[in-house]
Write a protein that binds this ligand. Structure first.
Ligand SMILES: Cc1ncc(COP(=O)(O)O)c(C=O)c1O
Ligand SMILES: N[C@@H](CCCC[NH3+])C(=O)O
Length: 417
């Protein structure tokens, strides 16, 4: 069942024509389907059935307050990587006891904020971070729950920029150092060792790398057991991929079965940090064709959205499907779909057969619910796009389009000028 689908020639989000939303809100606009978010969350949750588990949705994928509130309402917690994400999660009503805090570069003030907010645990990524959390917890008079993020040195077979679980990546503590660091942490008076964590990369389309990393973690867990260091939580991070184009990622149920068969005897509470799997195909970016032009054998479709709105194609060469909002084009054309930004890398589609979009046509870039708006910027002083949530036959603007005044908010000219 798809919640972005055609009825006749018109593309709908649930029960609302995308064209109606653009008419009301303007373009470019991110449009999310609430039913799709719910379906993805539930599919992931059900994949782990009765096994004790918590889904800590990864805020970085889509951090809008309304989305976080939706996740919290479904019983989810969150994975955060900054004080800003913590603020959002708390504002949205996420239970702090379902918040895990990952990231290689936590600042003192962020650590303190998380401690005072009583989050479940820090996924600690370096030797020095262990010391710092212990010190700050002492100052604040709290005990910090921690897991060590271990880097299992497993190749997730995904894009190099989103590969995190290889030793050469900046993330986590190596397998070789982990036992010694757990022993050290166990001696620290302001830390409570709660678990072990790993996240090996994003957009994984096979279960094998997940299983391989669990096997490695299990060796560690048993070594820790021999030392009397008992854990409660096994946090397996996020990373389960989605279909953008022709990928064939495992279904959550298959991923769940593979993971449960590896973990069932451990007696640990599982934590997952899915982002893309829940948000990716729950959103689109709608944009409008401004102009077209021909040059030699090239056909350019110039639109009102650019790499500042959807950075993934420029950053990773990622594929996003593109569909007309109203199907009335005259056949197909091999084209680049480009934005207004002054960068040659500012494309959303490169040399692909697409509908022959003409001036004024609306189009939808698919699979833009994750790492779409959250990675957008104001480059070229472009106000960021609006975000809309659809629920059946109603929709709400969940983030207003920025204005030009927003662009200069906080800026000032020194008094010597
Ligand atoms: C620590 C951590 N957890 C979770 C995620 C979410 O990943 P994904 O969106 O691939 O599920 C990421 C991003 O890769 C991450 O760095
Ligand atoms: N932002 C990336 C994924 C990185 C995940 C964050 N660790 C993407 O759009 O695919």
């Amino acid at each position: 069942m798809h919640y972005f689908q055609y009825k006749g020639n018109e593309l709908y989000a649930e029960d609302i024509p995308i064209a109606d939303i653009v008419a009301a809100v303007g373009s470019p606009v991110f449009i999310y389907s609430q039913a799709t978010f719910e379906r993805h969350y539930k599919a992931f949750d059900e994949a782990f059935g009765q096994a004790p588990h918590t889904i800590c949705y990864s805020v970085k994928a889509n951090s809008n307050l309304a989305i976080l509130k939706l996740i919290a309402g479904l019983g989810g917690g969150v994975d955060i990587v900054s004080g800003g994400e913590l603020f959002r999660a708390l504002e949205a009503g996420v239970d702090p006891k379902k918040i895990v805090y990952s990231g290689v570069g936590k600042r003192d003030d962020e650590i303190e904020y998380a401690l005072r907010s009583d989050i479940l645990m820090f996924n600690v990524e370096s030797e020095q971070e262990i010391d710092r959390i212990n010190e700050i917890a002492g100052q604040v008079g709290k005990k910090a729950g921690i897991a060590l993020r271990v880097n299992p040195n497993v190749d997730p077979q995904t894009h190099p920029y989103i590969t995190t679980g290889l030793k050469k990546a900046k993330f986590g503590i190596t397998m070789e150092d982990a036992v010694a660091e757990y022993k050290r942490a166990a001696q620290m008076s302001n830390l409570e060792i709660l678990g072990i964590d790993c996240h090996i990369g994003s957009q994984l389309t096979n279960v094998e790398p997940f299983v391989d990393s669990i096997k490695k973690l299990k060796e560690l867990i048993s070594q820790l057991g021999e030392l009397g260091i008992e854990l409660k939580y096994l946090d397996l991070g996020g990373g389960l991929g989605i279909q953008y184009d022709a990928e064939d990622p495992p279904l959550p149920a298959d991923y769940g079965a593979a993971i449960q068969s590896e973990t069932k005897d451990l007696g640990l509470h599982l934590i997952f940090e899915p982002g893309r799997n829940i948000a990716g195909n729950a959103g689109i970016l709608a944009a409008k064709c401004l102009f077209t032009k021909e040059r030699d054998d090239k056909h350019f479709i110039i639109i009102d959205a650019g790499m500042n709105d959807l950075a993934r194609p420029a950053l990773y060469g990622s594929f996003h499907g593109v569909q007309p909002v109203v199907k009335d084009q005259d056949g197909m054309v091999a084209a680049d779909i480009v934005g207004p930004i002054c960068e040659t890398g500012d494309f959303l589609v490169k040399e692909r057969q697409v509908p022959m979009f003409k001036q004024g046509d609306l189009m939808a870039f698919m699979s833009a619910g994750a790492y779409g708006f959250t990675m957008s910027s104001n480059y070229n002083s472009r106000p960021r796009a609006a975000e809309v949530l659809v629920n059946g036959n109603r929709f709400a603007v969940i983030r207003e389009r920025e204005t030009v005044e927003d662009l200069i908010r906080g800026e000032s000219v020194p008094d010597w000028m």
